[in-house]
Design a protein around this ligand. Sequence first.
Ligand SMILES: *Cc1c(COP(=O)(O)O)cnc(C)c1O
Length: 379
Amino acid sequence: MTSPGKDAGKKDKLLFTPGPLTTSASVKEAMLRDLGSRDTAFIAAIRAIRNSLLGLAGLSREKGYECVLMQGSGTFGVESVIGSAVPPGGKLLVVINGAYGERILKIAGVLGIECEALRCNENRKTDPGEVAGRIGADESITTVAIVHCETTPGIINPVEETGSIVREAGKTYIVDAMSSFGAIELDLEAAEIDFLVSSANKCIEGVPGFSFVICRAGALDHCEGQARSLSLDLFAQWQGLETNGQFRFTPPTHTLLAFERALEELAEEGGVAGRAARYSRNYDTLVAGMREMGFVEYLARGDQGYIITSFRYPAHPAFDFTEFYTRLGEKDLVIYPSKVSDADCFRIGNIGRIQESDVRNLLKAIASVLEELGVENAG
Ligand SMILES: *Cc1c(COP(=O)(O)O)cnc(C)c1O
């Protein structure tokens, strides 16, 4: 019997972050196995996961969709799609209202893909009309990319309306649905999405280690031979999974076993609708409690999703974010700094294995830290 690590048995901190997130004990337990990458049980798990993901999206092979798993964090999945789906000599239009949209632009730049940014206000939803204008003004655009839930402040962008415009213009449509897939209903067919990317450790509540792409089979076929990378070649990865059921290179075996369990727990919770309901309750409780203390949200309610919320720093001179963050951490509660560029904010996530009671405990802890700091009102 090997001895447990020195922190084993200690309670982990609760993560109110954009990921990695708090996961259930049973998801973590599912990893306590060593399976070979060619093990038939493991190959069956891969197949089951790919089918479940299509099912979760309300899709199937018969409907003309495919699911590809890719090693690495969410960014690797995005990079594999950008690097594989934009044709040689093609041009990518990136619709940006936050750090994750900027990252897509950066990926395209590094890969030497011609690209253009449509920058929108960071505190507002992107405007489909502006996308139509850009596409109409530049015939050389072949591909459009957008982020569904821009996790920077927590905005939900109008990916359905944008999709109709992209489809009408005959362009390929890529959606980064990293922090929304599994918890926000999205009809890929209606939204005309060719490639949707998400990852193991966000709303499906698995552990980090791989990303996945749900795509139209026809759009995937066009990727053959186009990849700007060997390991992030989306088509080759799909081909590998189809021919022998395996990953081309070492798969994150433990992560996949955890993910299989996480998908079961998502189904037990009532699928996307059930998870959306819990996250929404977390969000409602959080915002009501924070407002009571005087905190002000960065976004207007209509632009704000229930995934993660940005709050402005209190104006009170005694407020110090590092101190605030550290003291909450000492109470085993982890919040997150913000990436919005035009205001001082921090973020609190509602996702992961977090219940309304956890949010209430967080609110109590925030109230007591404010008191310790001498901040009477957080407005
Ligand atoms: C988390 C996230 C990503 C991926 O980030 P990784 O650190 O690579 O997992 C990409 N886009 C959005 C919108 C995200 O929330």
